[in-house]
Design a protein around this ligand. Structure first.
Ligand code: HEC
Ligand code: HEC
Ligand code: HEC
Ligand code: HEC
Ligand code: HEC
Ligand code: HEC
Ligand code: HEC
Ligand code: HEC
Ligand code: HEC
Length: 277
């Protein structure tokens, strides 16, 4: 049923795509009347940025009804929805279009789903932590012996996010399950988990509940800011920290932490083999 609906929908889009094309005077996609110039279209690469693709809702090609965290290549059902607009290319098993998804067109062997190439990731701490009360530990878990904390990354990030962003789920009447909720066209560099503070002896494992510390003793969520600027953190400076800066010295001032005149305190931070007195 959904298939039929989707197919009808694609056909409709195809019709409106052709009328748009007529207006734009770009070549018609019905290849029966291609002029020689049109033969230059590179069908070996799928472009989300092609306006004819960009105007389609993500779920026409990326459906999530299985709930799986692994995306699958579109085309599983008789090459719908591509076939709705590319009947000509898909009828020709020598067409470069086949190589977008297949390693072999004889057996139909598929390529793996590609990693992020043309999309970024959107995430808003303020919305989730203040707005929804999601705990930090839902997404950040100890790594490297507790020194660092993980950040949801790669395909396994979906497992974390999909706990709530389930197929077809809505919030305030808006769909929050579509790929487009979190991914938009644009470049993206993952937030690293190799903070400079870890090189100066800082470990999350030594700054937890046992030390009566909470995430929000060191991190503040700032609403409305871009990736990597949403959460403040102390900088890895102690002796050289400017006064007023959020740094190790905020606590390691001989009063709050390592209180008293314990000279061995130096060695508690400076534990590396290269450190000698
Ligand atoms: C017309 C079909 C179609 C539509 C619509 C579509 N995609 Fe895709 N998408 C594909 C195909 C085909 C691939 C694999 C192509 C490849 O190997 O480059 C893909 C790959 C991807 C990838 C991984 C590769 C990359 O380019 O980053 C992401 C992420 C993705 N799609 C997200 C989206 C989102 C978000 C939307 C909606 C805004 C969307 N797609 C709409 C067909 C589509
Ligand atoms: C709603 C119609 C529509 C659907 C659905 C659609 N395409 Fe397209 N696609 C177009 C149009 C129109 C063009 C432009 C062709 C031209 O310029 O003659 C195009 C161009 C392309 C190109 C040429 C490279 C580029 O983007 O300029 C490739 C490759 C392609 N499509 C692959 C696919 C694949 C694979 C699917 C299915 C996952 C798909 N398309 C689904 C309409 C569609
Ligand atoms: C947008 C991705 C995509 C493109 C482009 C594409 N295919 Fe497929 N194709 C698939 C998927 C997905 C399946 C289903 C595989 C499965 O279920 O294991 C499939 C299945 C097949 C099969 C197995 C048929 C069957 O019924 O078991 C063959 C053969 C095949 N494709 C050939 C082609 C040829 C030839 C082309 C080019 C003309 C092409 N495909 C283009 C995605 C694609
Ligand atoms: C505990 C449940 C939960 C988890 C886990 C979760 N989200 Fe959400 N997220 C929501 C809810 C509910 C909303 C809608 C909030 C609203 O609109 O007020 C939302 C909204 C969003 C939005 C904004 C949607 C929009 O269009 O306004 C983005 C983007 C988003 N989440 C990304 C993510 C990412 C990325 C992850 C995983 C790293 C994730 N979420 C994990 C519950 C969750
Ligand atoms: C609720 C938010 C959310 C939704 C919905 C979502 N993603 Fe993601 N996706 C993420 C996050 C977070 C990452 C991790 C990014 C990173 O590695 O830094 C990710 C990573 C990816 C990757 C990279 C995987 C890898 O191997 O590196 C691909 C491809 C991808 N998503 C495609 C999709 C597609 C296709 C859809 C729709 C079927 C989708 N995503 C829906 C949040 C989301
Ligand atoms: C005593 C202070 C302190 C406490 C408590 C603390 N952090 Fe951190 N956190 C830091 C410092 C310092 C950095 C490194 C900042 C830098 O150098 O950019 C950091 C970095 C991070 C990063 C970035 C990823 C990485 O590993 O580089 C995440 C995520 C993070 N903290 C999450 C948390 C969470 C979740 C909690 C609560 C469970 C928490 N932190 C508790 C001080 C703290
Ligand atoms: C629903 C999942 C989720 C929750 C809950 C969450 N985070 Fe994050 N956090 C992320 C993701 C995803 C990133 C990476 C963002 C990016 O690269 O776009 C991140 C990045 C960070 C960073 C790196 C610096 C930055 O500004 O991006 C810190 C520090 C951090 N989180 C701390 C926290 C703290 C503290 C809490 C609890 C108050 C928390 N996070 C709750 C998913 C989450
Ligand atoms: C919010 C306050 C706070 C901040 C900020 C803070 N610490 Fe700590 N730190 C503590 C407390 C409390 C302890 C444990 C109590 C004690 O021993 O006095 C501790 C313990 C330590 C220890 C000793 C671990 C062990 O072996 O027991 C080291 C090393 C350390 N901190 C380094 C750092 C560095 C480096 C920074 C800056 C990147 C930093 N801390 C930032 C509060 C803080
Ligand atoms: C709370 C952790 C901490 C304690 C305790 C600590 N240091 Fe440091 N130390 C650091 C950090 C972080 C740096 C990196 C540079 C900075 O803070 O500006 C550093 C750098 C240094 C350097 C490198 C040169 C420089 O000034 O940048 C020297 C020397 C040094 N510390 C000496 C000491 C001595 C001596 C003690 C004991 C009296 C001590 N430290 C106690 C955290 C600590």
């Amino acid at each position: 049923m959904l298939c039929v609906l989707l197919f009808a929908c694609v056909r409709e889009l195809r019709v409106s795509a052709s009328s748009m094309i007529a207006l734009d005077s770009t070549p018609p996609m019905d290849n029966s009347d291609l002029d020689p110039q049109d033969q230059n279209i590179d069908f070996s690469k799928f472009l989300h940025s092609n306006p004819n693709h960009a105007r389609l809702p993500c779920l026409i090609c990326h459906r999530r009804e299985t709930g799986s965290s692994r995306p699958t290549l579109p085309g599983g059902n008789g090459h719908v929805p591509c076939a709705g607009c590319h009947a000509q290319e898909l009828a020709n098993s020598a067409s470069p279009i086949c190589t977008i998804c297949h390693t072999s067109t004889q057996s139909g062997a598929l390529k793996g789903f590609p990693p992020l190439k043309s999309f970024n990731v959107r995430f808003d701490h303020s919305l989730h932590t203040r707005g929804l009360g999601v705990r930090c530990a839902t997404c950040h878990r100890p790594s490297r012996g507790g020194v660092a904390l993980t950040i949801p990354a790669g395909a396994s990030a979906h497992t974390t996010c999909y706990q709530c962003h389930t197929p077809l789920v809505k919030a305030k009447d808006r769909d929050i399950s579509s790929c487009g909720t979190c991914h938009q066209l644009g470049g993206y560099a993952r937030t690293p988990t190799q903070a400079a503070a870890f090189r100066v002896g800082f470990s999350h494992a030594k700054h937890g509940p046992t030390q009566k510390l909470n995430c929000n003793d060191c991190h503040n969520i700032r609403a409305g800011l871009t990736q990597r600027r949403q959460v403040t953190a102390p900088t890895g400076l102690n002796h050289h920290a400017p006064s007023g800066a959020n740094s190790c010295a905020t606590c390691h001032n001989g009063k709050r932490a390592f209180g008293g005149d314990d000279f061995s305190a130096c060695k508690r931070c400076h534990t590396r083999a290269t450190w000698h007195f």
